[in-house]
Every structure is written in structure tokens, then in C-alpha cells.
Design a protein around this ligand. Sequence first.
Ligand code: HEM
Length: 507
Amino acid sequence: MDLDDEYSSAIFVILLVAILLCLVLRSEKAEPNLKHIPAAGHQNYLLSYIDAFEFAFRGALKLKEGFNKYKGSTFRLSLLNHWLVILPKEYSEDLRKASEEDVCFANMANQFDPSLDPIGHYEAAAYRNIHQLARYVNQNIAFLIFDLKEEIEFSFENAPVDGFADIGWQETDGVRLAIQLTTQVVNRLFVGLPFARHDELKRVSMELTSDIYQPPLMERLLPRKFISIFRVFPSSNRYQRQMRLLMLSFVRVRKDVLNTAEHTGKYKDYDLLSWALHQDGPQQIPDEIAFDLVNLTITTSRMVSMSLAHVLYHLASNPQYVSPMRMEIESLVRQGGWSKESIDRMHKVDSFVKESMKLKCVYCITTARKCLKPFTFSNGMYLPPGALSAVAVEPRHLGSTYSSPDVFDGFRYSRLHEQHRVDDSPTTDRMNSQFQLVTTTADDLAWGYGRHACPGRFFAATVLKMMLAHVLLRYDVKFENGVRPKDVVVGMNRLPDPSVKMLIKKR
Ligand code: HEM
């Protein structure tokens, strides 16, 4: 390189740095003023970018450091394109009561930092129709139970466990097993038969669900609006395209079936695909329905499979809970068969899943909200318009008012239910709503809290309980050393370690 080349390279670098500085300083002006809230890390705006890069790789740890430093009071974290205010418990009620014009649900991926949400559940919440689809599955859970049970049986028969479990304890990959079971079951409920058993759909659904363990580097560092440029590269996008094409072909086939059935009046089923076609009526655009189904399938499979894997890991490391839960399930199924009523009355199973989701919540932060107008909390604390806030789940759960909240107590909630029992009738022995798996409080945040708490939770809870009940009735699971392995944290998602082997045996 001659001298002229060196000069021009230096000028180029200086110009680039100057442009970046201008952009950064301009963005500071554009950001809401949060100087009254202490920052975890550098207070200086420019230096806070060091924290932001660090956050992109070890966000959960930075969150914990901030929480420990400010002893549970309000602080802000530097993200690549924003500050994120972490709120303590006393602000939850004010936010819950806030009107939609003042404070709205915040899509973490778009408004925060993409590294926060590899699972993409917050992003999926923004898609067309997802609320109606969630409402539909909730309303039809009772009709879906039969399909759910049949598909759980089918998926276990086709999972590796059935192939070899007859010969005693065998090693299995617990996370992969949870993903395989969940994707199969979710596909059955969403697109029905015969599509759910399509080999290509099974393969693509599993790939898309497993992808959350390795979000592409670009997705960790770049704001969402730039990511679309790189979207052609990551494998997840390839799989999404494949799934969309599959869904589109299913939509077209089902549309013809439904059109014929309309004349004969012979066809009736409860999967989401038929419902979505019916819902959109003559205006239906197959491409849009396929797009909705892809998004809902991916987000449901990811959330449910990760929660199920956490539950299985808790089961494998806490054998003392197995026998009481088996007795409960056997007795209820003997009396009422596999019905919604029986599943609602499985209090111990309900409690076990709730405790697992509390101690191993898939999201490290939740209830992400954005202020649309100036918002003053009842103690006088103020957030300007544009401010983004969230709650750190783990410290909230571990510091909750329950006794020894940091120790896994599988029957914590069923015991509380017994202590506060409101209805003794054996036929309507519903769990006290205060302690149910689906109940959200300022201390139980696995489904979020307030008006934007997860609308899919009634459905997801039924699926999780039924899958756990099936495992309990058919299998024994354990870890070689009896100890639950440490989790892995990807972005803001706490996931069970996929590299650890679980032992499984057919009963
Ligand atoms: C184990 C499974 C699941 C977990 C742990 C979970 C958790 C969550 C959480 C933490 C939120 C944010 C709530 C807040 O900010 O207050 C949320 C929102 C949401 N979830 Fe789920 N979810 C699950 C399954 C589902 C399913 C199966 C569906 C749909 C059928 C669904 C649909 C939604 C939607 C639409 C929102 C946005 C709510 C709104 O904008 O008001 N979720 N979920």
C-alpha cells in the first residue's frame, strides 16, 4: 500500500467514525430523557454502547448485575437502540391499570433489541389474527382434547423412546424429545389430519423450533429494520419459507374439501386451519392464512416445547413427586376419562407445571411495555413518552412472598389450594383460581401480567398438563446423577440445556 492509499484509508475511517458519532448523538436527542433513572453500567451515553454490546451477548447476566446493584429498585439498561427501564414490583399495579392510550404492549424484537427475543413470542404477538386464533383455541379446548390425546399417543409411538424403552433405562435427548412431541401435537391441533403427519412438515417444524438455540449473529447485533436485508442467509428463514409453502398447499386442499362439504354438510372439525378459512369467509386469501398459521405454529411450538423440557427436567430430578401425581391422574381418568373436567381437576399436575414455569421461566424479562404518553406512577416516578419498560422475572419470582420461593416445591400451589379450598363438591372440584397454573399475579409472571397477559395460556396449560400426564403414566425419567442440569441463556430466553442426556424407561 503506498502513502496515498494509507491517507485515503485513514480519511475513510475518520469519516466513518464521524458519521457514526453524529448518528449516535442524534439518536440520544431522539430518545426519551431517562436521566432521572440510574443506569446499570456506564452513565455516559457514548460509553453506554459498551454495555449495549455486552448486553447483546450476556444480557441475562447484565440484568442480574443491575438488579443486585440497585437492590430491586428502578434502573435502566443500555440496549443497542434504546434504554430499557427495569421496574420493581410496586409499579406492577399502576401499569396493569394503565389505559391502552397511555401504555401499550411492546414488541421486544422491533422496539428493543433483537437479541432479547430469539424465541420471538413478543414479535409473533403483533401478527394479524393471532389474538382471534388464540381465542378460538381457548374456546375449543374441550373439543380438542380427543385429538390432543390421540396425537400425544401417536407422537410417543413414533419418538425414539418407544423404539427402545422396553429394554430398560436408555439415554435420550430430553430437549429434542420435548420438541418432537410438541411440534407433532401443535401441528395436529392447528392443521389437523392428514397434514400434521406430513414428513416434511414434521422435519421443518422441528428445525424451526430447535433454531432458537442458535440465533444468527446478525440478529444479535443489528436492529430489526436492518435484519431483513440479511434474512436471505439464516437457515431459519429457509425453513420458514418451506413451512409457508407447505401451509399454503394445505390451505388450498382444505378449502376444496370445505367447499364440497358445504354442499353435503358432512365435514366438521376443530383445527385452526378450517376455522381460519371459515373466519375469513369469501374474502379469504390463502397466502395470508398460511402466513398466520406459520407464525402461530412456530411461536406455540417454541414456547410449549421449552416449557415442557423444563418440566421434564424437573421431573427427572425430583422423583418424589411421581407417585402422588400418577395416583391423581389414574383416579381422575378412571372416574371421568380424558375430559377437560378431569384435566382441570389435576391439581398436583397443575401445581408441578406452575412451579416449574416459575423457577425456570422461558423469558428472563416480561411485561414489556411502551409509554405512549407521559406516565406518572402512584409514588411519583415518571416515565416520558417513548420509554420502554419491563420486569425482571427471576428476581421477582425468587423474591416473591411464597415460603422458600427459590426451592423447587412441586406441590406448593396444590397445597395452597387445599388450605384455601372454596368448593368441596367432588364433581366440581376446581382449583382455587388464585393458585391455578393459568393465573397471573405480580409474583407469577410466566404468562406476563395485566391486560396483555398471554391469551394462549389456557390452551398451552392444557397441552402441557396432558403431555406431562402421559409421560407419568407410561414412563420413568431420571438423570444419571439425579441432578437437574444448569440452563443455557440465549438472549433473554432461559432454555434447558440441550446437550444433557436424560434417562427414560417404559413402565
Ligand atoms: C408455554 C407457552 C406460552 C408461554 C410461557 C407464553 C408466555 C407469554 C408471555 C410472557 C407473554 C407476554 C405477556 C405480557 O407482556 O404481559 C405472552 C403474550 C402473548 N401470547 Fe403467549 N405464551 C405461551 C403460549 C402461547 C400460545 C399457545 C399462544 C396462542 C395460541 C400465545 C399467544 C400470545 C399472544 C397473542 C400474546 C400477546 C398478548 C397481547 O398482545 O395482549 N401464547 N405470552
